[in-house]
Ligand binder design. Structure first.
Ligand SMILES: *Cc1c(COP(=O)(O)O)cnc(C)c1O
Length: 435
């Protein structure tokens, strides 16, 4: 009977699973609640020394036998019921075997790297990265004796060169890069990594880690293309309302023990409060929000592209997008429809001073568009990455990282498309282009 029910549930679509989850999850301690209660217990009652000892013994020793049993909960930093439910949902969305949640996207990224590399090994990343990830690789890792380098992952020659180096342990990239929206051709990259891994020992195998925050699992699922680990900043579209921070790693079971010990010791755990909001409100509405925001983003990108005061628009849904073929291949929702996403980058004509005038005008006069960092929210946000989210990248690296300080980034929200276009249109009307 129980078996039958599980089977039936897992045949539902991702959007339905995102609303109901597996209500018979072994971490679910509240059989009669439709919505899980908001848990707030940092520690758990252990009925006997034997059970307490078993809890510690079981931790990070996941085995096939223990999978369908209720975990022995010991302490919040090890495991917690609401976060376990959040993790199960994240694994389901990304089509991964397991997920681990973290206090922020950066907590997830740092843990994924530090749990896997040793002194003397190297991390090679794509040239364009989120500013704090760039800082982690260039500032902190070298202090621990871990070298990092950045290449164009879509250049087969650079990739071949990197894969000849036996010290390279991690290839790291964003599936759709922040902020220049470059798509990485994951499939041939994974093929090359597989070849390079022939004969390498387990702790020297090259791992492919993909930050999938921009497309979200609604738009792309890197595990399906062979990525070893996938990162989400849950703070962005998964949470969706700008109230919670969180992060997650989605991967295969074999990395669970190492990652959960690293999380226990590094301590970047999510609070049950944040996990509850992301689980109850964020995940259950994410596909709906993402689809609507994507439809609006396409219309805004088309509007901008036609505007005489706009120099260039970067949006995967436009025919002019340089990676349009890759976009058609990778950016698909679980139902197989093209899903080019909620992020747009663009340039107004003229110098930096014109860009600044435009942004200040939007900040002052727009109603539906807000000058603020972060992304994926129900509110439309605009920013200039070179001076804000990516300001940690020194000017000398701008060329290498393909970061143009005049680039403007929009994260499209849930407002009506007419209101958003009206705000942009009015600001552009008022703008004087001087070269
Ligand atoms: C925001 C962001 C992060 C960091 O996530 P936090 O939750 O803010 O720590 C990582 N990668 C990308 C692509 C992001 O946009």
């Amino acid at each position: 009977m129980k078996q039958k029910k599980i089977k039936k549930i897992t045949q539902a679509s991702k959007s339905t699973l995102a609303i109901h989850g597996l209500w018979n999850n072994p971490s679910w301690e509240f059989g009669h609640h439709l919505i899980p209660p908001l848990t707030a217990s940092t520690t758990f009652r252990l009925q006997s020394l034997k059970r307490g000892a078993q809890g510690f013994l079981d931790f990070a020793h996941s085995s096939k036998n223990s999978e369908n049993m209720s975990p022995i909960l010991v302490y919040d930093r090890l495991a917690e019921p609401t976060t376990l439910m959040l993790e199960e949902q994240m694994a389901m969305l990304e089509n991964a075997e397991i997920a681990l949640s973290f206090g922020s996207g950066m907590g997830a990224i740092t843990t994924s790297i530090l749990a896997m590399v040793s002194k003397g090994q190297k991390v090679v990343a794509h040239r364009t990265l989120y500013g704090c990830t760039h800082s982690l690789l260039t500032h902190w890792l070298p202090k621990l004796g871990i070298e990092s380098a950045q290449i164009n992952m879509n250049d087969p020659k650079s990739l071949d060169e990197v894969l000849m180096d036996p010290h390279v342990r991690i290839l790291y990239f964003e599936s759709l890069s922040n902020p220049s929206l470059e798509l990485i051709d994951i499939e041939p990259l994974v093929q090359k990594v597989k070849k390079a891994n022939h004969g390498r020992k387990d702790d020297q195998r090259v791992l492919v880690i993909v930050d999938n925050t921009f497309p979200t699992p609604r738009g792309l699922r890197p595990v399906e293309w062979g990525a070893d680990m996938v990162i989400q900043s849950l703070t962005k579209n998964i949470s969706g309302f700008g109230t919670e921070m969180g992060g997650a790693i989605m991967t295969s079971k074999k990395y669970y023990n190492a990652l959960s010990i690293a999380r226990k010791d590094f301590g970047a755990v999510i609070t049950p409060y944040a996990a509850w909001h992301i689980l109850v409100y964020g995940i259950s509405t994410q596909s709906l929000r993402y689809d609507q925001q994507t439809r609006t983003a396409l219309k805004i990108a088309q509007f901008l592209e036609k505007h005489p005061k706009i120099e260039k628009v970067i949006y995967p849904g436009l025919k002019s997008f340089s990676g349009h073929k890759l976009a058609k291949k990778y950016l698909k929702n679980p139902e197989g429809q093209f899903s080019p996403g909620t992020m747009i980058s663009f340039f107004v004509k003229g110098k930096m001073s014109t860009c600044e005038k435009f942004i200040d005008d939007v900040a002052k006069n727009s109603y539906a568009i807000t000058l603020a960092v972060s992304l994926g929210l129900n509110k439309t946000l605009i920013e200039v990455p070179g001076y804000m989210t990516h300001s940690g990248i020194p000017e000398k690296d701008h060329k290498m990282t393909a970061l143009d300080p005049r680039m403007i980034r929009i994260s499209v929200g849930l407002e009506s498309v007419e209101d958003l276009i009206s705000d942009l249109s009015k600001a552009l009307d008022r703008l004087k282009i001087k070269n």
